[in-house]
Design a protein around this ligand. Structure first.
Ligand code: PGA
Length: 249
């Protein structure tokens, strides 16, 4: 499977910085002499249209960082999946741990967001992963299985979504699980998905949490890993390009 490298810019940057990153990546992708992975940039809401406009004629795609489950209505401050699709997004991150915890998003809400995105053909990237406590108590696999059960829509096809395994203790900490651990969990998620949906092993599974140009080559070589969701390092032009370049499939 062709890998995915997704940059989650979170609430960072200015319009000028977003323009510079997007323009430079388009230039580098256009000049690249070898096949590249799928590349998705996820700026914050105010810069979506600017970035979408720059990426329009390229193979790079735009994603948003969250969506509201309703199509439209009196939801001050929210943005619907339909609106994101309307301004050129192809993907949306759903259930990121910063939203689950800082915005107290429930599993039920996350499932509705996934359903709303899939309905308008906006491909959701569902984030899940265990907390430090769950890991210490040996409950990693149970935690992931529970999240899959509570978050996944009742009906979906493997092409509808992407899953990003992001252990909470690895996000923004500089600590990553051992490659063997990531591989085991990727394999576990693929197995769980194949039990839940026909062709479930075809859902791309990414790793996220403190990815850098140093650990990306090892991670991207793991057989079960279909790509990376990159936070902090995706805002650094050369660093992110090195991560992209480390993908061999
Ligand atoms: P990080 O963030 O790469 O900065 O750890 C990853 C994420 O939150 O998606």
């Amino acid at each position: 499977m062709r890998q995915y490298i997704i940059g989650n810019w979170k609430m960072n940057g200015t319009k000028a910085e977003a323009q510079k990153l997007a323009t430079t990546f388009v230039k580098r992708v256009t000049e690249a002499s070898r096949p590249l992975p799928h590349i998705v940039l996820c700026p914050s809401y105010p810069y979506l249209t600017t970035v979408a406009e720059i990426l329009k004629e390229s193979s790079l795609e735009v994603g948003a960082q969250d969506c509201h489950p309703e199509h439209r209505g009196a939801f001050t401050g929210d943005v619907s999946a339909f609106q994101l699709k309307d301004v050129g997004c192809s993907y949306v991150i759903v259930g990121h741990s910063e939203r689950r915890h800082l915005h107290h998003e429930s599993n039920g809400l996350i499932r509705r967001k996934l359903e709303a995105a899939i309905k308008v053909e906006l491909r959701p990237i569902l984030c899940l992963g265990e907390s430090a406590e769950e890991r210490e108590q040996g409950k990693t696999f149970q935690a992931i299985s529970n999240q899959l059960t509570s978050d996944l829509p009742l009906e979906f096809t493997p092409q509808d979504l992407i899953i990003a395994y992001e252990p909470l203790w690895a996000i923004g900490t500089g600590i990553t699980p051992a490659p063997g651990e990531v591989e085991d969990i990727m394999g576990f998620i693929k197995h769980e998905l194949s039990v839940r949906v026909t062709g479930g092993a075809l859902v791309p599974i990414l790793y996220g949490g403190s990815v850098t140009s140093l650990n990306a080559p090892t991670l991207l070589n793991l057989p079960h890993l279909d790509g990376l969701l990159v936070g902090g390092a995706s805002l650094k032009l050369d660093e992110f390009w090195e991560i992209i370049s480390a993908s061999s499939r």
